[in-house]
Design a protein around this ligand. Structure first.
Ligand code: NAD
Length: 308
């Protein structure tokens, strides 16, 4: 079998960079990777990570997920426009009380996280249909399954991504095109670092004192602990994405973090939605001692796993 061409978006950092490099390093050279980024000035870290593979199994190209022209230009430059696997990874985050966020910044987030995906799929789908083959892999999130306090807009964008893919997957299947939503929990990347750095500086004057206190004194310290306890590396997520892409029968959904699964399972356990709602409420507002103890146990489990 010849090599498959994979186009990955958002490769200047984090998960996108790690996925592009992991696929380019495939032991049996099954992939030619088109690693794309919005700003080619930021190619340094990817070039360094790709090393000898640069311009062999990995090429770097410009692609802005918010610009149709840029997407077309990139795909038209690929021989026969053949993208066998699309990894839609580009995304941005947003946390904080709703009252402190502008509609403009919410729309900007949807432009990247949701419409970016739609633009890419619109461009590659007709060719995939014609070839009767292809795989659309989308970097979603556990927040596309279960919403989380102060992540209202980000989570909404990932729910949109999930609904879009779940609907499209049925039609795609008719044309032998696979669809996979990769759903990481917390991942320690630039994304997360910048998000928390910005969150510390959030102007909370637009919200009431109680909400500001919950965000500053409960949510931020808790989510830091969650990231340090449950957080994966981008390389972990890349390894699992490689597995999904090379699987004979790729799943529609793949959660990358086993430690996070109990949180998303609550949703399926109770169709009324009360179970996850009350569990999250109690965990955050009533039983912080239990929450901290649970994180302690998980940290220990992670540590033991890492030392085996
Ligand atoms: P990151 O900030 O390191 O990477 C995101 C990349 O997207 C960056 O390289 C950025 O330049 C790029 N990007 C932003 N706007 C773009 C545009 N218009 N066109 C092209 N590229 C653009 O963050 P990451 O953690 O590697 O995030 C990658 C994906 O994983 C995102 O979709 C994110 O929602 C998802 N995710 C991240 C986490 C996490 O905790 N870090 C968890 C679950 C899911």
């Amino acid at each position: 079998m010849g090599s498959r061409r994979v186009l990955v978006t958002g490769c200047s950092s984090g998960i996108g960079l790690a996925v592009a490099v992991r696929l380019a390093k495939d032991e049996t050279k099954r992939f030619k990777v088109v690693a794309t980024m919005r700003d080619l000035e930021k190619r340094g870290p990817l070039e360094k990570a790709a090393g000898d593979l640069l311009n062999k199994t990995l090429v770097i190209q410009k692609l802005d997920a918010c610009c149709e022209e840029s997407i077309k230009e990139c795909i038209n430059s690929i021989p026969n426009r053949q993208v066998d696997v699309l990894v839609n990874n580009a995304g941005i985050g947003m946390i904080g009380p709703l009252e402190c966020q502008s509609i403009t910044s919410m729309k900007e987030l949807f432009e990247v996280n949701f419409f970016g995906l739609v633009r890419l799929v619109k461009e590659v789908l007709p060719d995939m249909k014609q070839r009767q083959s292809g795989h659309i892999v989308v970097m979603s999130s556990v927040m596309g399954i279960q919403g989380l306090l102060f992540n209202d807009i980000y989570s909404a964008s990932k729910f949109a991504v999930e609904g879009f893919c779940e609907s499209l997957a049925v039609q795609a299947m008719k044309f032998n095109i696979k669809t996979t939503l990769v759903e990481p929990g917390p991942v320690m990347t630039e994304f997360e670092r910048k998000l928390y750095e910005d969150a510390e500086k959030t102007d909370l004057s637009e919200t009431d004192e109680e909400t500001a206190r919950i965000f500053r004194d409960i949510y931020l310290p808790y989510s830091r602990k969650v990231f340090t306890t449950l957080g994966q590396t981008p390389e972990d997520v890349a390894e699992q994405t490689h597995k999904v892409i090379t699987a004979k029968e790729p799943p529609l959904r793949h959660q990358t973090n086993r430690l996070y699964m109990p949180m998303t399972a609550l949703k399926h356990a109770d169709p009324t939605g009360r179970l996850p709602l009350e569990a999250f409420y109690k965990m955050i507002f009533k039983h912080d001692a239990v929450f901290n103890a649970t994180l302690g146990i998980l940290r220990m489990m992670n540590w033991r796993k890492g030392n085996k």
